[in-house]
Design a binder for this molecule. Structure first.
Ligand code: ADP
Ligand code: MG
Length: 548
């Protein structure tokens, strides 16, 4: 194992560790990062393509959502993983702009490569990039448009822009109305938005236009027994995270039953216990029961007799939503149940949505709880709708929090490029080159939008540049014509945070990757980076590590 002792080299690393240093390390990191950006760039913009992702189990996801694509890909290269992190952060912080952020980072690195070739030190590039990024924040803020919760129309446009490329036009309009309605009902006076108050119920079947926004909580389950009331007004709601069943004993006890009487006695005893449980629930004053675990058949019968609207096996997340909406407390033991734990709602009712029965909990104590029922022809459609909806709600929320929006369609990026070039000339020296490279990198967004729309990149960019030179700050790419269009008038708008976050994290990551001049990868059977066992066959060969 100890290797050959033929020469005099001193090994400080375990045999098999891989080390690349200097320009080689930079080159391979940049290449990997660019590859990640290249993988998502064709999805950018309203005319971007979709990707079909198949996981190891054969499950299929069809999406053009940057972060979804990158999360599903089995990426192993450490620098490439840093790119994936950009998308994840963007998704957490904003909920949109994931592709933009990754494409920007890729382009920043590509531009840096050219500077490295000219022997400009990474430290200088890093300083220039950071200065340019800071300046960008300033420029973006100075040209942003103010927005408030009252600007319903603008908020809808923000939602529609975020959903561009997802679903049909009419679906987007519909979803935007719901997203804005939902978010506006959960926003606080100080502008903070808590999307935890919004329940999204996915339901396959029907069309997208059958989707609806309901105030209150919708649980995708019907009542347990047909003889329970179908509708309860002035509901007092018990939330129970315990089974209404006889606990099976741990020990495998055998009971010898020797006569029919004994059997009857035994059954009677079980019945009494269940009856007792239901009595306790009823005694608390509850007329509705949401239960997370199982309910014995016999108990169902007693609950029906007691007139308690019961839903069983409610998801944990739904229980939490119910608790929040109704002001109830989730109880873990039937013995604990008391009047004070009950939640309240004006109406609990079973209703049919198309052909499916669901439970609607309306007029809740907490008026800030709303639900959205998403309908669509297939699971893939509904899943993609849910992702679109999630994005829409997030951007509307973010816009309300920051109260600022910017035009889309590459307008801010072209404006930034223009203003950063002017800024660069005031800086001078080698850093100027880095700032100019940063400015050039910004233009990858309008260029890629043009490319994905089947337009000529250069022509489109030249036209946009000249519009901005004339002071048309909100000029973006008209994707049908390739001509500059006022994006504010067209209604293609985004919350400012989509851009500030994307630029910030793209810059930070590009700088971080640039500053690495040594990659030392330990060899250890299972500790390989990303060590997911049994990864995709196709990728397995890449590391070149044998198991023998
Ligand atoms: P991301 O993951 O970065 O959000 P998208 O595929 O959603 O990627 O594309 C976002 C880009 O598309 C933004 O630059 C946005 O301004 C632009 N965009 C969206 N709708 C339009 C439109 N109708 N016309 C031109 N550009 C648009
Ligand atoms: Mg988007």
């Amino acid at each position: 194992m100890a290797g050959q002792f033929s020469g005099t080299p001193i090994y400080i690393l375990r045999e098999g560790s891989q080390r690349t240093a200097g320009r080689d390390a930079q080159r391979s990191n940049i290449m990997a990062a660019k590859a990640v950006a290249g993988a998502v760039r064709t999805t950018l913009g309203p005319l971007g393509m979709d990707k079909m992702l198949v996981d190891t189990l054969g499950d299929v996801v069809i999406t053009n959502d940057g972060v979804t694509i990158l999360k599903e890909m089995d990426i192993e290269h450490p620098a490439a993983k840093m790119m994936v992190e950009i998308a994840k952060t963007q998704d957490q912080e904003v909920g949109d702009g994931t592709t933009t952020a990754v494409v920007l980072a890729g382009e920043l690195l590509k531009q840096a490569e050219a500077l490295l070739e000219q022997d400009i030190h990474p430290t200088v590039i890093a300083a220039g990039y950071r200065a340019a990024s800071e300046k960008s924040m300033e420029i973006l803020r100075s040209s942003a448009v103010r927005i408030s919760a009252k600007d319903e129309d603008l908020l809808r446009k923000i939602a529609i822009t975020a959903m561009s490329g997802k679903g049909s036009q009419s679906a987007r309009d519909e979803l935007a109305v719901m997203a804005v309605g939902a978010v506006r009902s959960v926003v606080d006076e100080d502008g903070t938005v808590d999307t935890d108050n919004i329940t999204v119920v996915k339901k396959v079947g029907g069309g997208i236009n059958d989707s609806l926004l309901v105030s209150g909580v919708v649980i995708d389950k019907d009542r347990l027994h047909p003889s329970m009331p179908k509708s309860v007004t002035d509901a007092r709601i018990a939330l129970l995270n315990a089974a209404v069943e006889i606990e099976k004993t741990e020990v495998d006890a055998k009971i010898q039953i020797t006569s029919p009487d004994q059997l009857q006695a035994f059954l009677d005893q079980e019945e009494t216990m269940l009856k007792d449980m239901v009595d306790r629930i009823a005694a608390s004053g509850a007329n509705v029961l949401f239960e997370q675990k199982g309910i014995d058949d016999l108990a169902q019968h007693f609950l029906a007799k007691a007139g308690i609207y019961t839903v069983r096996r409610v998801k944990k997340s739904d229980m939490e939503k119910l608790a929040r909406a109704t002001g109830g407390r989730i109880i873990t033991s039937i013995h604990e149940i008391s009047k004070d734990d009950l939640g309240k709602a004006g109406l609990v009712e079973e209703r049919k949505v198309s052909d499916e029965k669901m439970t609607f909990v309306e007029q809740c104590v907490n008026p800030k709880s709303v639900s959205i029922i998403l309908r669509g022809g297939s699971e893939h459609v509904v899943d993609e709708l849910a992702r679109a909806m999630e994005d829409a709600m997030r951007v509307v929320g973010v816009a309300l929090e920051d109260k600022m929006l910017v035009p889309g369609g590459g307008a801010p990026e072209v404006e930034l490029a223009l203003r950063l070039r002017a800024f660069a000339s005031t800086v001078g020296g080698r850093e100027q080159l880095a700032i100019e490279a940063f400015a050039d990198a910004m233009e990858v967004i309008p260029k890629t939008l043009a490319e994905n729309a089947g337009l000529d990149q250069i022509d489109s960019l030249v036209a946009l540049r000249s519009a901005h030179e004339k002071g048309q700050k909100s000029s973006g790419l008209g994707i049908d014509t390739g001509k500059p269009v006022d994006m504010l008038k067209l209604g293609v708008v985004e919350p400012i945070r989509v851009k500030t976050q994307a630029i910030n994290s793209a810059t930070e990551t590009a700088v971080m990757i640039l500053r690495i001049d040594d990659v030392i990868a330990s060899k250890s059977g299972s500790g390989a980076p990303g060590g997911m066992p049994g990864g995709m066959g196709g990728m397995g060969g890449m590391g070149g590590e044998d198991f023998e």
